[in-house]
Every structure is written in structure tokens, then in C-alpha cells.
Ligand binder design. Structure first.
Ligand SMILES: *[C@@H]1O[C@H](CO)[C@@H](O)[C@H](O)[C@H]1NC(C)=O
Ligand SMILES: *[C@@H]1O[C@H](CO)[C@@H](O)[C@H](O)[C@H]1NC(C)=O
Ligand SMILES: *[C@@H]1O[C@H](CO)[C@@H](O)[C@H](O)[C@H]1NC(C)=O
Length: 629
């Protein structure tokens, strides 16, 4: 039984690769290594990114190379307490030789000894290969999962020349660079994840589900913002023609042997069958397809995590009914999904699964997909541990610079380069303002925005607040001083930038000094005046009882000015009196006029006393034509 199972699976797997009539293709993903010193070796080389650990996609690492004279294979733990932990500014990058044990074990030992990265030099002359992680059965301590440092393989000749330089006692500085490892053609990243709905395949399945759970938040933010286009994929096998009617094919395949999956328990008689897995995979594909049609593609992440929790194979809940319950609770149209899945018993092709089979075959920059889970970003296969921050960095590296979505500039992907010497950027320690910005691409020196006020400058040697409100922050970087309750400042909001010493001071605005107006002879030139310098000004005193007029730098008589005031007051009083008199006079005239008008009107209706009428006449007012006759 065991033998039969194995041979069938091998046969199926072998035939899978012939689907596209090409040999299986594995693409080595590369980072670059730049030798900075010694100058004789200065050049850029390719390195192959290891398939474990966390490569710093989008970033780079400058470090000082170390090579352990003995134990250069790194197959045993290194002696001492973190012998390769950096004690200086540059982290240490450990160089080891290939051979003796698994690549992953060397890198693990290097990490345990404090190295920031591990480079393995090939021991034969050959094209670069990818260091893969060993089979999980050899990973009894689970160390592979715990590898956090990046690793790379370099070719034999580069390894030899680096070792020679180190043996001569040179300091070898190298820069590991992952910035070109993911292409970044535009402002949207396309990525795909090849997985399976099967949760009973040991460590690989657990890793895959952990990743989906942990990455869901980021994935949904990116997808909702339109920053990414994510597509899930599922590997399917098919049954060779000759076995189509066998019981094995019937239990592992749907659509008459066209689409198959290996038995989850690897035992045909027990538990779930391969066809259950293919069918659920198809459902998940359809969930994505249908959700995408209503522009809610991110719901796939909810479906997959909910399904795993509610319909776990381990708890024997992996079923159609359970799946449909999840679909309903996510408010997805069940009828559309059923329609998309078609009839699993029918002897017809399923367009979705057929497309998946074709996509499994590598093309262009992407190799064949043969292992799960596989993540492909901008058509390049992600190398290294599938882990939330590492994958986010890799996706972020796929954006053209400056089009990074905010999540790519968040704390989670920071490199912490600002912690040492402020990353070499400008810093105003007194105001706690720094130009160092930590991003997944490494640190950038950029004048910051603080409390709504933008700083401007080169970011390295200087930054200055600019524009309105700038004086409220650290006085705009300008001089200011208070003495005896008096404050002078070289910052004014009317100036958009720069500092200028206030009147009475001189300097560059960052330092201002009081001008001694008395000594410099610019003030208090009046005859016999006595001058006393003050902070920000001066006092000038006139001789005798005279008063100093600063505007004219002259003295005037105290008495004279008193006389002047009394004359002015007299004149004013006279003017006011005249006005009042005029007003009274006018009022009287007006009143008389009104009276005469009324008299004139009334006189048309009744005889009037002549005396009054005459009186009115005597006032010289024009009258309506002689009504008295
Ligand atoms: C998802 O929908 C977009 C259009 O909204 C389309 O371009 C894309 O191909 C769809 N993806 C899948 C996997 O159907
Ligand atoms: C989804 O978005 C595309 C373009 O982005 C639009 O043409 C289509 O009508 C949308 N579909 C729904 C159901 O909103
Ligand atoms: C400076 O600011 C940072 C955050 O902007 C804060 O964490 C830190 O405690 C501040 N340091 C001082 C000395 O105020």
C-alpha cells in the first residue's frame, strides 16, 4: 500500500512538470554585495538570497566582514559569548565556507554568535545556487524558524579574495544590498500567494496559516487602498490517463481525474481525501473571484482565516456545510460561488482550475511553483521566511520610491538606523528635533515637519523651521534673550525664514549682541547731553531742565512746551464755544422757520393775527402768495 501510494504521487508530480512541455525551472533570486574596502577589491557582485532567515528587501546593510580562522564551516556553535557581536559602529557580517552541514545550521550558529548576517562562500566554481532550508524532519529543535538574520551565498572566487584580504589584516567593509531584488516598475504591486486549504501537512501548513493570519491586516489595508493587486493561487495535480479510473484517482481528484490533491493524511482509507482538498481550494478561488467582482477582493483573507478557525481539518469540521456557513456570515453571494465552482463530478474542464495548472509552470523571471507556500511579488519569488514584517518590506520594496503607501513608512518596518548617531542626520538635541527618518528602505535624512511647521535644509548639516508659526518652535532656531523682564528675539513671523537681530542689536541672528549706541556715536549727539547704554537701547539725558526728543536727537525746553499747551487749550476752548453758539443760533432759526410754515398753512383756513404774520415776514422768509386778502 505504502509503495503504491508513493509511486502514484511521484508519477503525478512528475507528470505535472510536463504540463507546459518544459523542464522544471528554479530561479535563483539575487541580492548584491558591494565591497567598499579594501579599495583593490572594490566592486559589485551577485549573491544568492537564502531560502530562510529574513532578507532585508528594499534595504541594505553595511558591515565589517569576519572570517573565523578555525571552524570556518560553522557547523558547531561558536565558543564564547556572542564572539561576532559588533562592538563598533558597523555590524559584523560572518563569512563561512560551504560544506560539512546544512546551510541553515551555519546561519543559525552565526546568528547565535551575534553576527548580523551570514555569507557562505561556495566551495566549487559554479553558477550561484539558492541555499534551501533542509527538510523539516532534520529541524528537531525548530531552529530554522528562529533564523532572523539575512544570508547569502557568494561564488568561490569572491570568497577566496575576501578571505585573502582578511588574512592580510585589512578591514573588509561590504554592503549587502536588497534594493534591486524586487522590481519596482510602478505604483502598484502585484503579488500572489500559492497555498492550500489543507491544514494537516505539518510545519509547512502551520507556517502558511500563521502567515495568512498575521499578514491579513496589512494585506487588507494595501488592497483597500488600491496599492496592491493580490491573487491567491492553489497548486493542483492531475491524474495520468492510465490511472483515471483507479480508486486512488477517484478519491483524490474531481472532474474525472482532471484536478487532484495529495491525500491529507497520506492514507487513502482514513479521514479526508485529496478531492476534499481540491474542492475547498476551488471554493477559495471562487470566493476571491466573486469578492473581486464586487470590488471587495480583500474578503478572501477573512474567508481563509475564518475557515481555518471554524472548519479545521484537525477538528474534523472541514466540510462543505461549514464552508458555506462562513460564506454566509461574510455576506458573500453563495449562489455565485456555487456557480463558479461547477459540478465536481462532471466530465468537463473547470476554467479556473485549468488556468491554475497552467500558471504553475514558471515563465519569465519566475520559476515553477512546486512548494507551498510560495509568495511571488512583482513576478519574482520571495526568498526567506514567510513572516509578516519581512514580507511587508518585500512588498514595499516593489513600489517605485515616493509611491510607497503609508503602511510602508510605519514603525513596524523601521530599520532603527536612527538610533546610532542619529543616522548621520541633522539633530537639534535641545529642541528634540531630528531629520532622521527610519523607513524600510533604510534611514533618510529629511528636514521634518514639527507641530505643523515645516523645516527646510539639506537634512544632514542643517534644518530650519520655515513659514508661519516657525517662531513658536525653538524660536525659529534664532537668538532670543530675556533680561530683567525684557525679551528680544531675532525671529519674526513676517520673515518666512532666517533670523535677523532686532533694533539695538547686531549679529547673524543666531547670536546677537547689544549695540553700545553711546560709544558708537550714532545717538545722543545733542550738545552737552549725557549718554548711558542700556540692553537693547540707550538713555540720553539733556542738561538742565530740558527734555530729550529721540526722533530729532535734540533737547527742548520743558517750560516752552507748557506754554504751548496752554495756548492750544485756549484756542480749542474758543473753537468749542463758537461751535456751541452757532448750534444754538441755528436751532433757534430752524424753530422759527417751522413755526412760520405752520402759520402759513393754517392761515389759509382761518384769519390770523396780522402781527404774527408780519413778524414772520420780518424774518425774511419767503411766503406762499398773499393769502390774507
Ligand atoms: C479582480 O478585478 C480586477 C478589476 O476590478 C481585475 O483587473 C483583476 O484581474 C481581477 N482579478 C482576478 C483574480 O479575477
Ligand atoms: C469595480 O470597479 C471597477 C473599476 O475599478 C468598476 O468598473 C466596476 O463597476 C466596479 N464594480 C462594482 C460592482 O462596484
Ligand atoms: C524626543 O521626542 C521623542 C519622540 O518624538 C520622544 O520619544 C523622546 O522622549 C523625546 N526626548 C526628549 C528628551 O524630550
Amino acid at each position: 500500500m505504502g509503495l503504491a501510494r508513493l509511486s502514484l504521487l511521484q508519477l503525478v508530480a512528475g507528470l505535472l512538470l510536463s504540463v507546459g512541455c518544459v523542464r522544471g525551472r528554479f530561479v535563483v533570486e539575487k541580492s548584491s554585495i558591494k565591497v567598499i574596502t579594501p579599495p583593490a577589491l572594490r566592486a559589485k557582485h551577485d549573491a544568492a538570497i537564502g531560502n530562510f532567515g529574513v532578507p532585508q528587501y528594499g534595504g541594505s546593510m553595511l558591515g565589517s566582514l569576519v572570517y573565523p580562522g578555525k571552524d570556518s564551516f560553522g557547523c558547531e556553535p561558536f565558543d564564547g559569548d556572542k564572539p561576532f557581536k559588533s562592538k563598533s559602529f558597523h555590524p559584523k557580517i560572518l563569512l563561512l565556507d560551504r560544506g560539512g552541514c546544512y546551510f541553515a545550521l551555519k546561519v543559525w550558529n552565526g546568528q547565535q554568535a551575534g553576527a548580523a548576517a551570514v555569507i557562505v562562500a561556495d566551495n566549487v566554481d559554479e553558477p550561484l545556487i539558492t541555499m534551501d532550508s533542509p527538510d523539516e524532519s532534520t529541524d528537531v529543535d525548530g531552529y530554522i524558524e528562529k533564523i532572523e538574520v539575512p544570508s547569502a551565498l557568494i561564488d568561490h572566487s569572491l570568497g577566496e579574495s575576501l578571505k585573502q584580504a582578511l588574512q592580510k589584516g585589512d578591514e573588509v567593509l561590504i554592503k549587502l544590498d536588497w534594493r534591486e531584488s524586487i522590481p519596482y516598475p510602478d505604483d502598484r504591486v502585484e503579488y500572489e500567494l500559492w497555498i492550500s486549504s489543507n491544514d494537516e501537512c505539518g510545519i509547512r501548513c502551520d507556517d502558511q496559516m500563521d502567515f495568512v493570519n498575521n499578514f491579513r491586516g496589512h494585506a487588507q489595508v494595501l488592497e483597500k487602498g488600491g496599492y496592491t493587486q493580490f491573487t491567491p493561487h492553489y497548486i493542483t495535480w492531475y491524474c495520468p490517463e492510465a490511472f483515471k479510473l483507479s480508486n486512488q484517482c477517484k478519491s483524490q481528484c474531481i472532474n474525472r481525474g482532471r484536478y487532484c490533491a495529495p491525500d491529507p493524511e497520506q492514507d487513502f482509507g482514513v479521514g479526508y481525501d485529496g478531492k476534499d482538498v481540491v474542492f475547498e481550494n476551488l471554493r477559495q478561488l471562487c470566493v476571491h473571484r466573486v469578492a473581486n467582482e464586487s470590488n471587495r477582493s480583500w474578503v478572501w483573507w477573512d474567508y481563509v482565516t475564518d475557515f481555518q478557525i471554524r472548519c479545521s481539518m484537525k477538528e474534523k469540521k472541514y466540510s462543505k456545510d461549514c464552508a458555506e456557513g462562513v460564506i454566509k456570515s461574510l455576506d458573500l453571494p453563495l449562489d455565485k460561488i456555487k456557480q463558479c465552482m461547477g459540478d465536481p463530478e462532471a466530465d468537463v474542464e473547470n476554467p479556473l482550475l485549468k488556468a491554475e495548472q497552467e500558471l504553475q509552470v514558471g515563465r519569465g523571471s519566475r520559476g515553477d511553483v512546486t512548494i507551498l507556500p510560495t509568495l511571488v511579488i512583482n513576478n519574482v519569488q520571495y526568498r526567506g521566511k514567510l513572516e509578516r514584517t519581512g514580507v511587508l518590506k518585500a512588498i514595499c520594496a516593489g513600489f517605485k520610491e515616493t509611491t510607497d503607501p503609508p503602511v510602508c513608512l510605519s514603525q513596524e518596518v523601521e530599520t532603527n538606523e536612527c538610533l546610532t548617531q542619529n543616522g548621520g542626520c541633522w539633530l537639534d538635541a535641545s529642541a528634540n528635533v531630528s531629520a532622521c527618518k527610519d523607513t524600510f528602505r533604510g534611514r533618510v535624512c529629511e528636514c521634518p515637519l514639527v507641530g505643523g511647521v515645516q523645516y527646510r535644509g539639506d537634512g544632514y548639516t542643517y534644518c530650519e523651521p520655515f513659514g508661519p508659526g516657525r517662531c513658536s518652535i525653538n524660536n525659529g532656531g534664532c537668538w532670543s534673550e530675556t533680561r530683567e523682564g525684557m525679551t528680544y528675539s531675532a525671529c519674526t513671523d513676517s520673515l518666512l525664514s532666517g533670523c535677523s537681530c532686532p533694533l539695538g542689536f547686531r549679529g547673524d541672528g543666531h547670536q546677537c549682541e547689544d549695540i553700545d549706541e553711546c560709544k558708537e556715536g550714532s545717538a545722543c549727539q545733542c550738545e552737552s547731553c549725557s549718554c548711558r547704554n542700556t540692553w537693547g537701547g540707550y538713555d540720553c539725558t539733556c542738561p538742565g531742565n530740558r527734555i530729550y526728543l529721540a526722533q530729532h536727537d535734540t533737547c527742548i525746553e520743558r517750560n516752552g512746551s507748557r506754554l504751548g499747551w496752554s495756548i492750544a487749550i485756549t484756542v480749542l476752548a474758543a473753537v468749542a464755544g463758537l461751535c456751541a453758539a452757532g448750534y444754538i443760533f441755528y436751532k433757534y432759526r430752524l424753530r422759527s422757520y417751522m413755526d412760520s410754515e405752520i402759520m402759513a398753512i393754517m392761515s389759509q383756513y382761518m384769519p390770523l393775527d396780522n402781527h404774527q404774520s408780519n413778524e414772520v415776514h420780518s424774518e425774511g422768509q419767503p411766503l406762499r402768495g398773499g393769502p390774507t386778502v
